[in-house]
Design a protein around this ligand. Structure first.
Ligand code: HEM
Length: 407
């Protein structure tokens, strides 16, 4: 079904082979730490924008976080501004992907049905797949073609697509262009809120949506609940960065408690608890035979809650990461081996800027009810593939009016 709705060229869904290698090469070239100076200004500008939105309408904070992540990704990928329509379309596509991945589609058991005409009885899935595929094409092709046109008439801003397209067009290879277009489409998927992934045939496939959003929402929840941690983090920022400017990426190495806080956010509640992989050939592990194509679910949550690795696993305690010997949970939470997340450095930088800038400007607090009682939210998360906090309320109180002037 997933092929019928056109997802096979999306990086997370691509079988291991030459196309996947070419896509990952493009992504690594654009997202590795050496290219940080190219995307750091974009991240800094966008985090200032989201702070302004949080100041102006704090009750709408969840929407601001979502639009912030979407805006960062669209700017990085296509060099254009994100629109509500685009985000809506991408969410619709995410829903379609999730539905297509659910078990029970007859065509998954009998693939030959895919070639029969849609008007035959029982073939209604083909009509649905056609609509889902055309929306997916619209979401992948429209922003790509707009940037392509801007490159050709020399009005394009620097972006993942624009910068790569120049050399692709010089080689005039349509396959290279298709790889670039789908790699770009996959980057947006990597920045939205639900993960639909599935192992199928010789490899795992994934459609990753707004994982960064899930992590940032979890951060707001953890700060609302753990005021003591928030104070320590704020004090470190205030003493290192001062009150005359917002934190920048260069501050990262001088803020060990913040680094520990971000690691603990990943450990305490990994965004993706189960990462599926699948062997391309029969394998043997620890006496177990693993047949080719079998689904092997890597249980990330159990790794980050393994008491042989971490003590007091259920306690949210950033301090544990101040000891060098403590395992960095991001070694698990961004996946494994040759399919591990190519966006790890970008995601870490974006998370660092969001965390430090929100904490520098605001004190995130529980709401207070009509009787003057603080309503501390429960630390609970939805049992979905991407682990999102359950809805909760909080308030953003400005700590430092001097920083407001800088926005
Ligand atoms: C907190 C944020 C993020 C988390 C926790 C995360 C985590 C993951 C995980 C667990 C995987 C699967 C790895 C595996 O199967 O072994 C993955 C794949 C992927 N991620 Fe991320 N990711 C995040 C943000 C990003 C960002 C910002 C980008 C791009 C800018 C990105 C791009 C991708 C891509 C393209 C894949 C598919 C790789 C493949 O199938 O070969 N991710 N991510």
């Amino acid at each position: 079904m997933i092929d019928l709705i056109g997802r096979q060229n999306n990086v997370g869904f691509t079988y291991y082979g030459e196309n996947l290698k070419a896509s990952r090469k493009l992504l690594h070239a654009a997202l590795n730490p050496r290219t940080r100076c190219q995307w750091a200004p974009l991240l800094e500008k966008e985090t200032s924008t989201v702070l302004r939105h949080l100041l102006n309408s704090p009750h709408d904070w969840e929407r601001h976080v979502k639009m912030h992540v979407a805006s960062v990704v669209v700017r990085f990928t296509y060099g254009t501004n994100v629109t509500e329509e685009y985000v809506h379309l991408a969410e619709e596509i995410s829903t379609h992907t999730g539905l297509a991945l659910q078990p029970g589609w007859i065509v998954d058991s009998f693939p030959l049905l895919a070639v029969l005409p849609a008007w035959l009885p029982g073939m209604h899935f083909k009509k649905w797949a056609k609509i889902a595929k055309s929306k997916f094409r619209q979401c992948t092709e429209e922003p790509y073609l707009a940037t392509r046109a801007a490159v050709l008439n020399e009005t394009a801003r620097s972006s993942f697509v624009a910068d790569n397209l120049k050399s692709v067009l010089a080689n005039s290879s349509s396959n290279d262009e298709s790889i670039l277009m789908h790699a770009a489409g996959s980057v947006y998927g990597a920045a939205t809120d639900t993960v639909r992934r599935r192992v199928r045939q010789c490899q795992y496939r994934s459609d990753i949506r707004l994982q960064t959003v899930a992590l940032l929402r979890s951060f707001i929840l953890l700060m609302t609940v753990h005021q003591n941690v928030q104070e320590k983090a704020y004090n470190e920022i205030a003493s290192v960065v001062g009150h005359g400017r917002l934190p920048v990426l260069e501050d990262q190495s001088s803020l060990p408690y913040i680094e520990a806080l971000i690691k603990e956010m990943h450990r305490f509640n990994p965004v993706i608890n189960l990462v599926p992989h699948s062997p391309t050939q029969d394998d043997e592990y620890d006496g177990y035979h693993i047949p080719r194509k079998a689904w092997v679910m890597c249980n990330v949550w159990s790794m980050t809650h393994d008491s042989d690795i971490y003590s007091d696993v259920d306690v949210f305690n950033p301090e544990r990461h101040l000891h060098e010997a403590t395992k960095d949970p991001r070694d698990f939470t961004f996946g494994f081996g040759r399919r591990s997340c190519p966006g790890i450095h970008f995601a870490n930088a974006e998370t660092f800027l969001f965390v430090t800038r929100v904490l520098a400007l605001f004190k995130v607090m529980p709401i207070v009810d009509a009787n003057g009682v603080e309503r501390v939210p429960l630390l609970s998360y939805k049992a979905t593939f991407t682990s999102q906090p359950m809805p909760f309320a909080c308030q953003f109180c400005v700590r430092d009016p001097r920083l407001v002037e800088l926005l």
